[in-house]
Design a protein around this ligand. Structure first.
Ligand code: PLP
Length: 431
């Protein structure tokens, strides 16, 4: 039997978003027609995409996925995108490397297999390309002509690039004091880039106001009015990790937290794979990582609270600097339900971890990657992460965008005259 991918409901003129059937409220379960909605009309809870998932055999679906393109569109049957998505102009992210990090494992004493999912390999060098690629399809389906977002940096670049490729206008908003690498990468694609005098939470508030204003009409804000679709892009990290492990669930995954969307959707993706019979149903643990200077979720986890008290961010991990994370409570649920944890590290530990990953595996991650590996190391040493189990650490961005974090301690070993004598005299070449 053929795998059914399209919820072809011809009686409603619903947009063609493949297997996406409706939006449903994460709090009360009420369902709404697919559209640019993000909050439940009854209880104001966040909406998420509900699916008519494929009904064929797992073997058939697995084969079909494996025959697909080397990007996230191989998982189109599980995403809110039209069946012909791979033929449309999009940035086509995903299928990034899952690196078996044996050197790092040795250094940390991990014996059960340690992997780095390296999302710096995406088109604009962060995991944000995954979520934006899906939001572009939703924007097209709903007829938006301008793509927008509130961003901690990486999202602005991903939106700029995707809009350029899709032939949409873009206008993106960032805190004014971001790293040079983030600013340039967001501006180079030719859309409007606006620095807001304030932190991310101020930028986000501003965007909510803009959506309600005539000025914002026809605008798709990927992480506001398109947020339910945007979020689904992060499921592809879960799909890829399992497929690259040979259709196996890892035992432990460590994921950075900004708004918490990525972490909650990786969990959703793993649950779907289990439901579809694509992986064996067994327990896994999800760990969340924050920087101490912006650790509202970690603080709530450690205090045993269900609510997340907002903080004013102050950390070099600017891509994670969201003081009032929208998905914080869901992250707490998932960490507790799976037997994981949420932990934080200092900026100094972030820098150490960036250099540890570079020195052991030749991977230069951004500060968010330093947060995630730093927390991994801390939890291994505390015995919370089990050294004997398969562990995946997600590196979500590229160190070239956050050079300042390591530039003070990463410089030329020496500068010499071009002669062997000078080289010898400086005592070099012995490292
Ligand atoms: C945005 C971002 C995250 C986390 O995103 P959320 O889904 O908001 O938690 C992690 N790493 C990097 C590099 C990012 O840019």
């Amino acid at each position: 039997m053929a795998v059914q991918t399209v919820a072809g409901n011809a009686t409603t003129a619903s947009p063609d978003l493949g297997p996406a059937a409706a939006l449903s409220c994460r709090e009360c379960g009420e369902r709404f027609e697919l559209g640019p909605l993000f909050a439940c009309a009854s209880c104001f809870g966040p909406l998420e995409v509900a699916y008519d998932l494929p009904t064929g055999s797992p073997e058939e679906l697995r084969k079909r996925i494996e025959a697909g393109p080397d990007n996230i569109w191989r998982y189109a049957p599980l995403l809110p995108v039209p069946a012909d998505v791979a033929e449309k102009p999009n940035i086509n992210p995903g299928f990034t490397k899952l690196v078996k990090a044996d050197n790092l494992a040795r250094e940390l004493g991990v014996t059960g297999g340690l992997y780095v999912k390296d999302d710096s390999g995406n088109p604009t060098h962060s995991f944000k390309d995954r979520v934006v690629a899906i939001a572009v399809e939703a924007a097209r389906a709903f007829g938006f002509t301008t793509l927008s977002c509130s961003s901690t940096g990486n999202l602005a670049g991903a939106v700029g690039a995707a809009a350029a490729r899709a032939g949409l206008r873009s206008c993106v908003f960032i805190p004014h004091d971001l790293e040079q690498g983030k600013v340039v990468m967001a501006a180079v694609y030719g859309g409007e880039l606006v620095g807001i005098e304030g932190n991310y939470d101020d930028v986000n508030r501003f965007c909510s106001e803009l959506i309600g204003d005539p000025l914002g009409e026809g605008w798709g804000f990927v992480n506001v009015n398109l947020r339910p679709y945007y979020g689904e892009g992060s499921k592809t990290l879960a799909y890829e990790i399992c497929e690259q492990l040979g259709w196996r669930l890892p035992d432990q995954i460590v994921i950075p937290i900004a708004s918490g969307s990525q972490l909650t959707k990786i969990d959703k993706g793993l649950q779907e794979l289990i439901k579809l019979g694509l992986v064996e149903d067994k327990p896994y643990k999800i760990f969340g990582a924050q920087a101490e200077g912006c650790s509202p979720v970690s603080a709530a986890f450690k205090a045993g609270h269900d609510v997340v008290r907002p903080q004013k961010p102050n950390t070099i991990a600017k891509s994670l600097a969201i003081g009032n994370p929208a998905d914080g409570p869901y992250v707490l649920d998932i960490a507790r339900r799976t037997g994981g944890a949420v932990e934080d590290v200092t900026d100094e530990q972030v820098v150490d971890a960036i250099k540890l990953l570079a020195r052991t595996e030749g991977i230069f991650g951004e500060t968010a990657g330093g947060v995630t590996l730093g927390v991994t190391k801390k939890l291994i040493e505390a015995g919370v992460i089990d050294r004997t189990l398969t562990t995946v650490v997600v590196n979500t961005g590229d160190g070239l965008k956050t050079l300042d974090a390591v530039s003070a301690t990463s410089q030329a070993t020496a500068t010499i005259k071009p002669s062997l004598d000078a080289f010898r005299a400086a005592g070099l070449g012995t490292a």
